[in-house]
Design a binder for this molecule. Structure first.
Ligand code: ATP
Length: 700
């Protein structure tokens, strides 16, 4: 048996020597502590097994005094190194158990030196059991930590060796509990557990470390490859790539960017601050705040168009798309900015804009042809034409129509057009402005009252619905209709029925309903200010009338129309407008739309003498209201929303919709889009969102 132990010990020593040498070598090459601990553990075992007496078991009497037993020094070094290896291998962060084991080992050395008596069971052996227990506990904690942190693959081998460690502990306890000189283990003729454990520990963990090393190597290779590809892509891309930290310090620029900006090397640009160098003062603060506040990696920052001066003095306009790169907490660490040189495009579009304005100016100056009008609606723009076409289509049906558009765009004119073109054109057309009626009088106005219904009701009186019987009623500003009136209106819409105030009799009417609003009714529905059933009933056929700033080509006709109208009224003989004033008329955004234009022209006609329309008063009043440039916050916000909408294919609601990406309620986004006048290009004005955003329309 002794021979067997000896050979087994020699095999274990051989394996430990191989492992120890490999990992000590790797520890030096890779500066990896775990390899160092493992290598040292291997060598501690080699010395333990090769120090005489070879094949030693605890009860053997050593050939030298027990208190300086060298063999035990090596095995205790092995025990002292084990916890540090476990910590390094698993990444378990708490080190107190490893320190405790270190202290226990030192105590054991001291006790061994002073108290060892080979004839009796030494006191230090009991203390060493505590060390085993602590190592086992640390192993269990480390394995658990690995499982919790999703490192199952690395946890299994450690769990296995710790289980073997557990068996070793058990056997060591049995060994200590056995009275007398001979141990239970040797009586049972079991392998001395140390040999067995050490061999498996070296084999299992050595193999695991090696395969980890191979995996890491393969990963490094593929990382290197993809880094190479990425690097080559970045350097050869024909757009500018700049990476900067959250404070704007540039950390990377590609070759194209260096060339375009007229610099000779990356290092010249790496000294600069992206915010300071490449953004206008207005964009700079906005971007700084945005970068600081951006919390979600999905959100791309706004596209910012910035005029910059290259190193050689050349003026460039660059459109920057910015992508924040966040850490695990969502804090922006770096921003990748991709820039496109849009200098030529900008020049071309400025030229087109200028030519368009010139053309409009010429039209205003020269054209005296009769205005193109349809039921008093002047204009020939595509947007207006589309709305007129829809109104004509629906006019001959009995369907309710919802006219949407900003104030002053001509919703009432459209209501007239629909009624005039309907089969009821010779029947009454009753108009009600819901915002002009006091809340208390609204029911009386709409549905009338019976005699004695209230103190002042000396006579019964018909409401507007009764007056409109057989014809059309136009409910302007329907969004102002109080909530308690809405069910009554819904009943009229659905059944044509209602009761007068104080009346018992149900009155039946046949009225076609046209409604208008300059509010976002679907947002009002979401906010609970408007009943959804009424909204869907009214929204059977919506028509959106575009604002004047989106159809400036109507300006010449409208200006002439209002000039002619007012010249007749105020007996003026005006023939022209000064070029400078024309410029202002064309550049102005017309928030009050055609009503505002009509008022401006009327007042100007009144104050004008001679043949030229005097607009100077208006220019003075409004010039300060005209936006200063393209880099106001509104513009940046607008650009950002447009870029997100384009990425989402103009989908607002639902998963991957723009509202989700912008972390906004869909209705807030809709009203923001309305405010910033964002519309899906190429889509008719009344279909501003993707089909999935629209309510279901029942057919006519
Ligand atoms: N295309 C147009 N051609 C001629 N005049 C127009 C046109 N559009 C609007 N107007 C005039 O502008 C003024 C405002 O129009 P209207 O009252 O129809 O607007 P609205 O959209 O109903 O406004 P609100 O929402 O404030 O009630 C009216 O005097 C109208 O005659």
């Amino acid at each position: 048996m002794e021979v067997f132990y000896t050979s087994f010990g020699l095999v274990t020593a051989g394996v430990s020597l191989a492992m120890g040498s490999i990992y000590l070598f790797l520890a030096v090459r890779k500066s990896e502590r775990t390899y160092l601990y493992f290598g040292l553990m291997g060598f501690a075992l080699v010395f333990f097994f090769l120090t005489p007496p070879i094949g030693f078991i605890l009860h053997d009497v050593p050939p030298y005094p027990a208190n300086i037993l060298l063999k035990r020094v090596f095995i205790f070094s092995y025990y002292a190194l084990t916890p540090w290896f476990i910590l390094g291998y698993s990444g378990y962060p708490k080190k107190w158990l490893a320190y405790a084991i270190g202290i226990i080992v030192v105590v054991c050395y001291a006790a061994m030196y002073f108290t060892a008596d080979p004839a009796t069971k030494p006191a230090w052996a009991i203390v060493s059991l505590l060390g085993f227990g602590c190592t086992l506990l640390l192993g269990i904690l480390a394995v658990r930590w690995q499982f919790v942190n999703d490192q199952k693959k690395r946890a299994y081998p450690l769990a296995m060796v710790m289980a073997i460690y557990g068996v070793l502990c058990l056997l060591a306890i049995l060994n200590q509990l056995t009275p007398g000189d001979r141990t239970v283990i040797s009586n049972l003729k079991l392998f001395f557990p140390m040999h067995f454990h050490a061999l498996l520990f070296m084999l299992i963990m050595g193999q695991r470390l090696a395969s980890g090393l191979l995996e890491k190597y393969a990963l490094e290779q593929s990382l290197q490859l993809s880094e190479g590809k990425w690097d080559s892509f970045m350097q050869h891309a024909t757009f500018m790539i700049v990476e900067h930290d959250r404070d704007g310090r540039i950390t990377f620029v590609n070759d194209y960017c260096i060339r375009l900006l007229g610099y000779s090397s990356a290092s010249d640009l790496l000294k600069l601050n992206w915010f300071d160098k490449f953004l206008s003062p207005a964009d700079r603060n906005y971007m700084r705040n945005l970068v600081r506040e951006a919390r979600h990696p999905k959100t791309a920052l706004p596209v910012v168009k910035t005029p910059i001066q290259a190193n050689d003095g050349q003026e460039l306009v660059i459109a920057w798309s910015n992508f924040p790169i966040n850490d695990a907490q969502g804090v922006v660490q770096t921003v990748m900015s991709i820039g496109r040189d849009v200098t030529e495009e900008e020049k071309a579009s400025a030229l087109v804009e200028k030519l368009k304005n010139e053309l409009l100016k010429e039209q205003i100056m020269l054209s005296r042809q009769p205005p193109v009008e349809n039921h008093g609606i002047v204009g020939e723009s595509k947007g207006l034409g589309y709305a007129i076409q829809k109104a004509e289509q629906v006019a001959t049906t009995l369907a309710p129509v919802l006219l949407e558009g900003e104030t002053g765009v001509g919703k009432e004119l459209f209501a007239n057009l629909i009624h005039d073109n309907s089969l009821r054109s010779d029947k009454p057309f009753v108009k009600v402005n819901c915002s002009a009626l006091p809340k208390e009088l609204m029911e009386d106005e709409l549905f009338g009252h019976e005699k004695g219904a209230f103190t002042s009701a000396a006579q019964s009186r018909k409401g507007r619905f009764e007056l409109a019987d057989g014809g059309t009623i136009f409910l302007d500003e329907i969004g102002e209709l109080p909530l308690d009136m809405q069910p009554k209106l819904l009943r009229v819409l659905q059944n044509g029925e209602f009761e007068r105030i104080g009346g018992q009799k149900t009155i039946r009417v046949d009225v076609r309903i046209l409604a208008a609003t300059n509010r976002n009714l679907s947002a009002e529905v979401q906010q609970g200010n408007f009943r959804s059933d009424l909204y869907y009933r009214l929204n059977v056929f919506p028509i959106t009338i575009p604002p004047l700033r989106n159809r400036k080509e109507d300006l010449p006709l409208l200006i002439h129309h209002f000039m002619d109208q007012n010249c007749k009224t105020y007996h003026r003989n005006l023939e022209q407008i000064s070029r400078a004033n024309l410029e202002h008329l064309l550049n102005y955004d017309w928030p009050g739309n055609i009503r505002e234009l009509r008022n401006v022209i009327e007042r100007s006609v009144i104050v004008s003498q001679g043949k030229t329309l005097q607009l100077d008063w208006w220019v003075e009043e409004t010039v300060s209201k005209i936006p200063a440039g393209d880099h106001t916050l509104g513009h940046i916000e607008r650009d950002h929303i447009i870029s997100v909408m384009e990425r989402c294919h103009w989908k607002i609601n639902g998963e991957n919709g723009a509202a989700e990406i912008l972390a906004m309620h869909p209705n807030t986004l809709r009203s923001k889009m309305k405010k910033l006048d964002i519309k899906r290009p190429g889509l008719p004005e009344d279909l501003e969102t993707s089909p999935d955003d629209l309510p279901h329309h029942s057919s006519l």
